[in-house]
Design a protein around this ligand. Sequence first.
Ligand SMILES: [Ca+2]
Ligand SMILES: [Ca+2]
Ligand SMILES: [Ca+2]
Ligand SMILES: [Ca+2]
Length: 292
Amino acid sequence: MKKLWIDEDSPGIPGSNADGGEFGTAIATGDFNGDGSFDIGVGAPFESFSGIEGAGQLFAVLTDSLGNAGGAGGLEFDQDTPGMPDVAGTHDHFGAVVAAGDITGDGKAEFVASTLQDGGRGIVFVLPGSATGPTATGAVSFAGGIGDVFGASLALVNTDGNTMKELVIGIPGRTVSGFTGAGAVLVLPGTTTGPSSAGTIWTQDTTGVVDQAEAGDGFGSAVRGISNNAARVQRLTIGVTDESVAGCTHCGAVAALNGSATGLTATGNQFLTGANIAGGGFSDGNFAGSFG
Ligand SMILES: [Ca+2]
Ligand SMILES: [Ca+2]
Ligand SMILES: [Ca+2]
Ligand SMILES: [Ca+2]
């Protein structure tokens, strides 16, 4: 197996290793330029530049068919890159969470990244894929509310089985039915021009979804698609990392919603706590804090 070591001092990677930049805090893989080889998206959310402390940067490493990185393949993005919506600010932590996948159905993965602390709110940016890799040209953003941790998790999931992946945004700090931090997930459908802003919010109080929204559940702390069947319809698994159940406080749970020809559906959804699993079910276990 070929191994690859990449840091900011690698050939072709813009910048240099910076103390505290935390390059590689977040990593995603996808074929950004559509050449059939998977590329690497990297977040460096604590990176400072132009005197802006902790603004954060993104790097995309295009790989050739042999999987070699670097060369001309390294690209850097920040919120001040021309074309990007918004501007870099102190401690925005752009790149805290990253994801990659083809939202537009053109065979080139979009590069998605969130700032968790941009003026107290999370903002999710989508950089289109192109023949030369991800680009700030045509980048779009979606912002959450103060303190709702919008973009704490991200996934590209094809919930309806067409050629375009949906952008799934975890909002684990959102208030639902008056319960602070119950959490939600926003699903923005993929279209040929990018994620549609006509999204759907899912919570534990959505009709038919098992369990209830309660304070501090953290529904949406993790999100991940799972392939369901040969029809390319994926289901969505959602971490509920602070869910408490009888006898197990902050046990953690996973909700699983099925995809369908019309997208996500509550029909047949499942709810699994740490207590349902042999060896799991510890109080404060926070089962499903992340998915791998
Ligand atoms: Ca590629
Ligand atoms: Ca695309
Ligand atoms: Ca789709
Ligand atoms: Ca709950």
